[in-house]
Design a protein around this ligand. Structure first.
Ligand SMILES: [Zn+2]
Ligand SMILES: [Zn+2]
Length: 125
């Protein structure tokens, strides 16, 4: 059954956030009932900070396709930033990425959302 998110980009707040450090997973339950699970490698690749993503036209660290070490993909902690974002702390000390809920929902790796993004990309072309 498609979730209510499929129609647009409306902002959604999580109703529950669970960090499973043992399994290396971040789980988010959304207010509309959708369930998102990120493995930490996927999550680290999405890091939106200026260092990872680059800024002012300069490429970021992740643009160089680095080989991520186990420490770089191991979650130590996740802090809530206001009411709009999560800030994970990684075992290598990196903690400057603020993942907005909007970004976390938009990049949800479940098959339904993969299909939705693929369809959107096709339309944009
Ligand atoms: Zn980063
Ligand atoms: Zn999803």
């Amino acid at each position: 059954m498609p979730s209510s998110y499929t129609s647009g980009d409306e902002y959604l707040a999580p109703s529950r956030i669970h960090v499973d450090r043992e399994a290396g997973r971040l789980e988010i339950d959304w207010a509309d009932g959708h369930h998102t699970v990120y493995d930490t490698v996927t999550l680290r690749w999405l890091c939106p900070c200026a260092y990872c993503r680059g800024e002012a036209g300069m490429p970021g660290w992740l643009d160089s396709s680095p080989t991520l070490t186990p420490d770089q993909t191991r979650l130590v902690d996740v802090q809530l930033v206001g009411t709009y974002a999560l800030a994970p702390t990684w075992a290598d000390g990196h903690h400057t990425g603020y993942y907005t809920f909007e970004q976390l929902r938009a990049n949800c790796p479940c098959p339904e959302d993969e299909a939705r993004r693929a369809a959107r990309t096709a339309v944009e072309r």
